[in-house]
Design a protein around this ligand. Structure first.
Ligand code: NI
Length: 207
């Protein structure tokens, strides 16, 4: 067994100096570029952040509820409205099935339904509507500005659409899973099978 002879000549001093200078310029450029990038509106970390954040709303009894009230338990939160013809009742019915299947573990989660139709979804209207579903599901509403703030924080889309009789509200349908500190973990798409939803909630609890 023979070793291949070393063919490359050792680097000369001027070439080494040039290489060091090149690396230094590249590193400096990367640092400046990163600094500019993170300060640029629309590109910085704040705009690419995960769903979640501060909010001030009220519950179905009219009591104030903020993001701080959810800390300590993992949270499943989604957005909709009580006049929703299909998506919200379907999702709430599925959550009801899953929460019942989870038994006492359901109480270890915050499950939150936030109205994106605050004009019609008063605390009393939300309370009446949610009485059809699992009692673990908490309804939150607020002023239009408060609802807009939480929707922005969670990157939720909603839009009033006029109809013959009045209006409906188009809205995002994902269920957001947050850890016990309020940090985003995952989202479950509308239409997931109950077994998949239960698994996602149990995984969230096990974190
Ligand atoms: Ni809906």
């Amino acid at each position: 067994m023979t070793r291949a002879p070393m063919t490359r000549a050792p680097m000369t001093r001027p070439r080494l100096a040039a290489l060091v200078a090149l690396v230094a310029v590249a590193v400096a450029g990367a640092i400046v570029g990163l600094a500019l990038y993170t300060r640029m509106p629309g590109l910085g970390p704040a705009d690419r952040a995960d769903p979640g954040g501060r909010f001030d709303l009220i519950d179905t009894a009219g009591r104030p509820v903020t993001d701080r009230d959810l800390v300590g338990k993992p949270t499943a939160i989604f957005f909709g409205f009580t006049f929703c013809p299909e998506v919200c009742p379907t999702e709430l019915a599925e959550l009801t099935t899953v929460l019942k299947a989870m038994g006492p573990d359901a109480g270890r989660l915050n499950v939150v339904f936030v109205s994106v139709d605050p004009e019609r979804d008063t605390p009393a209207q939300l309370r009446l509507y949610l009485s059809n579903f699992d009692p673990h599901i908490r309804g939150l509403t607020g002023t239009p500005a408060q609802v807009q703030r939480i929707a922005r924080a969670y990157k939720v889309y909603y839009q009033k659409v006029p109809t013959e009789g009045g209006y409906t509200v188009d809205h995002s349908t994902s269920l957001y899973l947050m850890d016990r500190h309020g940090r985003f973990v995952d989202r479950v798409a509308y239409g997931a099978e109950p077994q998949a939803l239960e698994k996602a909630l149990r995984t969230l609890l096990a974190r």
